[in-house]
Ligand binder design. Structure first.
Ligand SMILES: Cc1ncc(COP(=O)(O)O)c(C=O)c1O
Length: 385
């Protein structure tokens, strides 16, 4: 029986403690050089980031949301275009499409991976909504790539752009290719809870296209190619120097952190099996359905998400024991008040709606201890007994 102890969902102080001297030196350099917006710390981060991902261009920006908008707009998606994406993601996956001036259509998710289903996407593309679709925006949810073999084929067959929402997936891979290097362009978020995180809001676009990179760079600074000459309506979406400096330090550690997340995920699997709680899935009955890992992909375990039938009661039970958990996401995007304009209703995407009722993210971060994981699994076992 594991000791009763609080377990945080995420404790960023544990990451900061061993790095604080390096981080303070990097931030101190920004203060000494007064390079607050873009500048050398951001350029150095962009270069190292591009190298790590194996892409030609990395463009730092102000948030993952802005990175999505920049990736779309940079790839020429705007008024008159339609983009296909998933209803089971963070709001920005859809709002950025609308912000780019395009229309969004949705297709249901694969119940095993909870990523956008390639089969459901093809069904939409073959239907009346399909004819205006110019791009697909799959989300690498929880740190596992969407089925890129299928989406690449669909993109090639139909001449569609592929934009990755890689906000949760720094370091993940599909058949040995890193997220960020798979599509025409990709968006990353460095929001503090992400596996690679800034000390505030920050994001990045990755692309192998020189043309897209040039447009993204222009759009992130008010559409300027020459100072105070505005070629297009861009936005202020620049990365600040502090974030570039912090990310430049953390980039050196992210591989190790992703390995640690992998070890923690393996340990959760083993603990749930040892407790006799595991069900085959994809749908839970009395126990726990573990996250499904696709062969050939590298999951970076940004989140460790189980499915369970009495999810809300379990979450309350854990909260009463001061064990953190989260629901990503409780309301599918087509059922959000702000997205009623898309014209969907409850029942439109049954897999996403069911997942929204059953998913529960458990504590996972590189410094999470084994005894803390035992506490989490013991508490879930107690609840389900
Ligand atoms: C899948 C997904 N897309 C987009 C975003 C937006 O990123 P940000 O919060 O940095 O704007 C996030 C993170 O919040 C996300 O998880």
């Amino acid at each position: 029986m594991a000791a009763a102890q609080p377990v945080p969902m995420l404790d960023l102080k544990r990451q900061y403690q061993p790095l604080h001297e390096e981080l303070l030196a990097a931030v101190g350099h920004v203060l000494e050089t007064q390079q607050f917006i873009l500048g050398e710390p951001v350029a150095a981060f962009e270069q190292a980031a591009a190298q790590q991902l194996g892409v030609a261009h990395a463009i730092g920006c102000s948030s993952g949301t802005d990175a999505l908008w920049l990736a779309l707009a940079g790839a020429g998606i705007g008024h008159g275009s339609t983009v296909l994406t998933t209803p089971f993601s963070f709001f920005a996956s859809v709002s950025s499409i609308l912000r780019a001036g395009a229309t969004a259509v949705l297709a249901d998710i694969d119940p095993a991976t909870l990523n956008l289903s390639a089969a459901a996407s093809e069904a939409v593309l073959n239907g009346p909504q399909g004819k205006d679709v110019r791009a697909i925006l799959p989300v690498h949810l929880y740190g596992q790539c969407a089925d890129w073999t299928a989406f690449y084929r669909i993109g090639q067959e139909r001449g569609l752009k592929l934009i990755e929402d890689a906000a949760q997936a720094w370091g993940s891979e599909w058949n040995g290719v890193k997220a960020g290097a798979l599509g025409d362009a990709a968006a990353f978020s460095f929001y503090p809870t992400k596996n690679l995180s800034a000390a505030g809001d920050a994001g990045m676009v990755a692309t192998n296209s020189g043309e897209i990179a040039e447009r993204v760079n222009m759009l992130r600074q008010h559409g300027m190619r020459r100072r105070y000459h505005h070629d297009e309506i861009g936005w202020n979406a620049r990365m600040d120097g502090m974030q570039g400096a912090v990310l430049g330090v953390k980039l050196r550690y992210i591989e190790g952190w992703n390995h640690a997340r992998h070890t923690i995920a393996r340990r959760y699997h083993a603990l749930f099996h040892a407790a006799g709680l595991v069900e085959a899935g994809p749908y839970p009955v009395h126990g726990v359905v573990l996250p499904h890992e696709v062969a050939g992909s590298r999951h970076v375990w940004h989140q460790y998400v189980i499915r369970t039938a009495r999810r809300d009661a379990l979450r309350e039970f854990l909260a009463a024991r001061k064990i953190g958990s989260e629901i990503y996401y409780p309301v599918p995007l087509h059922m959000q008040e702000a997205l009623k304009c898309l014209g969907y209703a409850e029942g439109s995407f049954p897999e996403a709606e069911r997942a929204a009722r059953e998913v529960l993210a458990l504590p996972i971060f590189p410094e999470l201890r084994e005894d803390e994981q035992q506490t989490v699994v013991s508490a879930i076992a107690e609840f389900l007994s």
